[in-house]
Ligand binder design. Structure first.
Ligand code: ATP
Ligand code: MG
Length: 363
């Protein structure tokens, strides 16, 4: 049996039931995708999943899950006999008992259970009690009159169940940043469609691998749309060359991507575009350039990494597993990149860029 904990703060009434139902459903789907069948049951602020302990790692990756514990269910009176057996393989320097009584009709208080079971452990194993920083925590949760006993609390990703927030189109490269942006959107409950612009470098394998890894955090398979980057970009680049505005290529490259993304988003009923931009990271990500890029597309563009440093982004990428895929990503020396690129252009200049694009019929 696995106990699943989820955040409750700020979720009330009907919304809360919707949250719980969706989360239980998503956990079921995540398990089924890995070939594990098991019943989920919602009781009193917990979701109980009747599956083998190994499934805990899968459940921990489902957005909305705060933590999971593989547990044994028993009557309260059976706890001592169970612990006598189960604790044989442990030899901690210190321990404590941590009881949560989710079922307030249970006759003993949490403190009483802590003391009673703690005394039993001291008597039988002679371990030292440490309430502040114990090596082993014996967890007990009283749910629906039964005791759930566990020794492990695996942190989940937190956030909200996917499917509670609508859909977004994520511009996904095989780099470090955009996979993290996609993950953060999944984490906050949005469904993700991945859009990749193929630059003909076998990056496609890497991007497919990234999508594979991201799918661990998504109840449904993630749709990956691959476009030929050069075909999308070509009319823009020619228009810029003719207008002698080549230094705007990198900005316009992003404009091309965003406009295509907006088209796809409208088709798919998505409500936003998401990128992995982080303020000032590279030439196309100055505030001025982000301004031009965003102004050129009549669709909301979200940048969940905008305020993050590279180290913070890398730390998340490592944690979620997409960093390893990035290491396989081929370095692209973009053939369209001019010697000089604009980093703090003026709006009047950019108007000329847009006019040039208009004149050439590039939309
Ligand atoms: P990343 O690590 O995500 O590739 P980056 O640091 O390389 O980002 P840029 O190349 O400037 O930064 O790209 C900024 C954003 O534009 C990316 O985070 C991504 O959302 C999008 N993007 C860039 N290249 C592509 C591509 N080939 N296909 C789809 N989206 C892309
Ligand atoms: Mg990149």
């Amino acid at each position: 049996m696995i106990i699943v904990r989820y955040g409750e703060i700020g979720i009330k009434g009907g919304k809360r039931r919707e949250f719980e139902r969706k989360l239980a459903e998503n956990i079921g789907k995540a398990l089924r995708r890995k070939g594990i069948e098991g019943k989920t049951k919602i009781i009193r602020g917990r979701i109980l999943v009747d599956v083998p302990d190994e499934a805990a790692e899968i459940i921990a990756k489902v957005p909305g899950v705060v933590s999971v514990s593989p547990a044994r269910v028993m009557e309260y009176e059976e706890i001592p006999a169970y612990l006598k057996e189960a604790l044989k393989d442990y030899n901690p320097r210190s321990f404590r008992v941590d009881t949560r009584r989710l079922d307030k009709t249970f006759l003993k208080t949490s403190m009483e259970v802590n003391r009673e079971i703690g005394a039993f452990v001291v008597e039988n194993f002679g371990w030292k009690v440490d309430l502040e920083n114990p090596e082993l925590t014996i967890g007990i949760e009283i749910i629906g009159g039964k005791a759930y006993v566990f020794f492990e609390k695996i942190p989940g990703v937190g956030g909200l169940p996917v499917g509670t927030q609508g859909k977004v189109v994520v511009l996904l490269s095989g780099g470090i940043d955009s996979p993290v942006a996609a993950f953060l959107m999944l984490k906050r409950g949005a469904e993700v469609i991945a859009l990749h612009f193929d630059q003909g470098l076998n990056a496609r394998n890497v991007v497919e691998r990234v999508v594979d890894i991201l799918e661990d955090y998504s109840p449904e398979p993630i749709e990956l749309i691959v476009e030929n980057h050069f075909e999308v970009l070509k009319p823009y680049v020619s228009a810029l060359a003719r207008a002698k505005l080549r230094e705007w290529t990198c900005v316009v490259c992003k404009v091309a991507m965003l406009r295509r993304a907006a088209e796809i988003a409208r088709e798919k009923g998505a409500l936003g575009i998401v990128t992995g931009d982080s303020l000032g990271q590279v030439a196309s990500q100055t505030l001025a350039n982000l301004y031009f890029e965003t102004m050129s597309v009549r669709f909301p563009v979200h940048r969940p990494l905008l305020g993050m440093d590279k180290e913070e982004i890398v730390a998340i990428a490592r944690r979620i597993g997409t960093y390893e895929a990035f290491l396989e990503y081929p370095y692209c020396d973009c053939p369209f990149r001019p010697e000089r690129v604009v980093t703090s252009g003026k709006l009047e200049q950019f108007q000329r860029v847009l006019e040039a694009l208009d004149r050439e019929g590039v939309v």
